[in-house]
Design a binder for this molecule. Structure first.
Ligand code: IMP
Length: 184
């Protein structure tokens, strides 16, 4: 089993490149069946989803689609409600479109919860969510439950395939999970 060290933390390989390829294929087949008569607009959530999204859209069969990008950051201000900050705002008109949000991982669901409300507010006809990874036991927003899931995982912190640790290790070809923490 492959392991890596990043900033004193040890990570071990958990989901192999072969398994991820299978997960992508299965999600692509589901989306291809559900959207074959539609012209969906994929909204890729930067930065982390770019790896999954690149594999996913190339695995679609007979789906005429468009692709655009958004970069958001969820932050908690002085009030108790989370706010979405648009670092790279949406460039595309979503009015009347069938939108598929593409995420790397759904954790608490806050990002998806806010993004769905935003896209509906802009007049999207429908909004669904495809994610590479989903941590169901951490979900806090029921409307953020993803429609298409590559792999359900437990609550461990994971990296690789687009997921970062302080901006690094997005290029790992497998999903790694944290093994132990640095000695104090
Ligand atoms: P949520 O809004 O709580 O669902 O969080 C979604 C975002 O948190 C993801 O797009 C990731 O950027 C980040 N995130 C959540 N869990 C992990 C993890 O295990 N590794 C790396 N990033 C994570």
């Amino acid at each position: 089993m492959r392991t890596i060290e990043e900033q004193g933390y040890h990570f071990e390989e958990w989901i192999t490149p072969e398994q991820i390829a299978k997960d992508v294929k299965q999600v692509a087949e589901q989306i291809s069946a559900d959207y074959k008569d539609k012209e969906p607009l994929f909204v890729i959530v930067l930065n982390g989803a770019f790896v999954f999204a690149a594999d996913l859209i190339r695995a679609l069969k007979d789906v005429r689609c468009e692709v655009t990008f958004i970069r958001v950051s969820s932050y908690w201000g002085m009030s108790s409600t989370g706010q979405l900050e648009f670092i790279v705002p949406l460039q595309q008109v979503v009015d009347q479109r069938d939108v598929i949000i593409v995420e790397d991982i759904v954790d608490t669901g806050l990002t998806i919860h806010q993004l769905k409300a935003h896209l509906r507010g802009l007049g999207a006809n429908s909004v669904s969510v495809a994610t590479m990874l989903f941590k169901p036991t951490k979900l806090e927003y029921d409307d953020a439950r993803p429609d298409y899931v590559g792999h359900q995982i437990s609550e461990e912190f994971v990296i690789g395939c687009g997921l970062d640790f302080d901006g690094f290790v997005r290029n790992l070809d497998a999903i790694y999970k944290v093994k132990d923490q640095p000695a104090k």
